[in-house]
Design a protein around this ligand. Structure first.
Ligand SMILES: [Zn+2]
Length: 109
């Protein structure tokens, strides 16, 4: 029995888009764009009340998200947007530290 080998000559019925996994979305505090969480850098307010960068995205505490774009960090730090997002008051030292962190990023996407 000759089974015809259809090597891509025939297109099957247009199949539905595979159901995308539910991606958690977060808003960048700097530019307010909604992005999949994993494309953003997470900041966390720790139980001690200090604000840290959370590279794993899993630290306990209230989180805020920023693009890895310098502009977004500058914007978030120039206003009290980050304070609001974290429901915290950032100290000058923390702002300086975060600003320095943001400076390692470029403004390119
Ligand atoms: Zn942004």
């Amino acid at each position: 029995m000759a089974s015809p080998t259809t090597t891509g000559t025939r297109r099957g019925p247009r199949h539905k888009q595979p159901q995308p996994k539910r991606v958690p979305l977060r808003t960048c505090v700097g530019c307010h764009t909604i992005q999949p969480k994993r494309q953003l850098v997470r900041l966390v307010r720790t139980a001690q009340g200090s604000v840290d960068i959370d590279p794993t995205g899993k630290a306990q505490g209230r989180g805020a998200y920023l693009h890895n774009r310098r502009e977004c960090w500058e914007k978030a730090l120039a206003s009290s947007a980050l304070d609001h997002a974290l429901k915290a008051t950032l100290t000058e030292a923390e702002r300086a530290r975060l600003r320095a962190h943001g400076e390692q990023y470029s403004n390119d996407d």
